[in-house]
Design a protein around this ligand. Structure first.
Ligand code: FAD
Length: 386
């Protein structure tokens, strides 16, 4: 896409997010749910199928345009942006990259149109940073279908989701680490949302635990090879991490804008606090960090091309997306904390916008992999030492 076209898409996303998401974000945070109708509006704009090729009903955007739109939505509300990102990023990517022709034809148009909302169920209570430790099992039944048993934790989109990509071990115990990726309808017998997490931030996003008790799915619900799901998950997570990075930039940008505005209004010692060099210096550092993270996210998005291929600087896709997430999420945390400081006592109050941004920013450091894991991925790519 041409830079001028990408600018227009970003502006359209910003206008929509400012008009229809931002005014409601504080209330949705208090109510712990966003209005489901916002997803219909996002679907109308095509934003639920941004990277899905046009032949499957998507917009066929490149990753640079995708991250620009995600940033704008997250600038208004991270909870809504996260739903958009899960739908577009890991789930659609997985089906596009590894699904059969029939799976692509069947599922991608439904995801792009918002007819089906998706979840990505990889993590478990004892398998977060180490997804290879997952205990959920998939066994082939006599009829040639699959039976899934186990439980998942921290599944974003919770009861909103119509379908979940569930990762489950496919090898008999003791016979290797095979993992399969299964498309499971959330109304399937044996699939149960076992409880909603009470989260610090991202409170309008439904993060849930899921139990799978003898859930039966046909062979047509297995994506790709029955033993390669973990590799697919990690690939999908690369795109997911880039998406989280873009969202972190949006949160940081929002905090910066609130802080600049407040510094011009708030008066102490008979002057605006923006008249104090210490405050201007803080704002300058915040703006610089936000711009640097945005540039890194855009650069990685441009360089990634096809997931899994080395990027231009010689780092793998995994290391590049990890770098982007590390930089952007830690920037978001730092910038939102500075914004709370600039707001003084009001920064700590629920009726001002920056404490929500600080709580949300924390989530970007964890979901999709923690900062420690991002450093581990980048360090391994640099040194070759696992
Ligand atoms: C809001 C939210 C939404 C989420 N949504 C989803 C979702 O939709 N789907 C999904 O599958 N998961 C989701 N997750 C789960 C998320 O991916 C995991 O929480 C994350 O990967 C960390 O795993 P953990 O919580 O088990 O922490 P642990 O892996 O137990 O880590 C605990 C601590 O140990 C550190 N640590 C672990 N291993 C190492 C190591 N090798 N070296 C150094 N330090 C290490 C970690 O960095 C962390 O500080 C979500 C999480 C949150 C908070």
């Amino acid at each position: 896409m041409l830079a001028s076209e990408r600018r227009e898409v970003r502006e359209a996303a910003r206008e929509f997010a400012e008009g229809e998401i931002a005014p409601c974000a504080a209330a949705w945070d208090r109510e712990r749910a966003f209005d489901r109708r916002v997803l219909d509006r996002l679907a109308e704009l095509g934003f639920l199928g941004m990277c899905v090729p046009e032949e499957y009903g998507g917009l066929g955007f490149d990753l640079e345009t995708y991250v620009a739109v995600l940033e704008e939505i997250a600038r208004a509300d991270l909870a809504v942006a996260l739903t958009v990102a899960v739908q577009n990023g890991p789930v659609s990517h997985l089906i596009l990259a590894h699904g059969t022709r029939a799976q692509r034809t069947n599922w991608l148009p439904m995801l792009a149109s918002g007819e089906r909302i998706a979840a990505f169920a990889l993590a478990e209570a004892d398998a977060g940073s180490d997804p290879g430790a997952l205990l959920t099992r998939a066994e082939r039944t006599h009829e040639g279908a699959w039976r899934l048993d186990g439980s998942k934790r921290w599944v974003t989109n919770g009861s909103l989701a119509d379908v979940a990509v569930v990762f489950a071990g496919t090898s008999p115990p003791g016979e290797g680490p095979g993992v399969g990726a299964f498309l499971v309808d959330t109304d399937a017998k044996g699939y149960r949302v076992a409880g909603r997490e009470k989260t610090m931030g991202l409170r309008a996003s439904e993060t849930v635990a899921v139990e799978l008790a003898g859930v039966r799915v046909g062979e047509d619900r297995l994506v790709g090879d029955a033993g390669s799901g973990l590799g697919y998950a990690l690939e999908a997570v690369d795109v997911g991490r880039l998406g989280v990075a873009a969202q972190a930039v949006g949160v940081a940008q929002a905090a910066l804008e609130h802080a600049v505005r407040y510094s011009r209004e708030r008066r102490q010692f008979g002057r605006r606090i923006a008249d104090f060099g210490a405050i201007r210096s803080k704002l300058a550092t915040m703006a610089t960090k936000v711009a640097a993270s945005r540039a890194l996210v855009a650069g990685v998005a441009a360089a990634l091309g096809q997931s899994g291929t080395p990027t231009r600087d010689g780092l793998t896709a995994a290391a590049s997306s990890a770098m982007a997430k590390l930089s952007a999420s830690e920037t978001a945390m730092w910038v939102t904390e500075e914004a709370v400081r600039i707001f003084g006592g009001y920064g700590f109050m629920r009726e001002f916008p920056v404490e929500k941004l600080m709580r949300d920013a924390k989530g970007t450091e964890i979901l999709g992999g923690t900062s420690e894991i991002m450093r581990l991925v980048v360090g391994r790519a640099l040194t070759g030492v696992a």
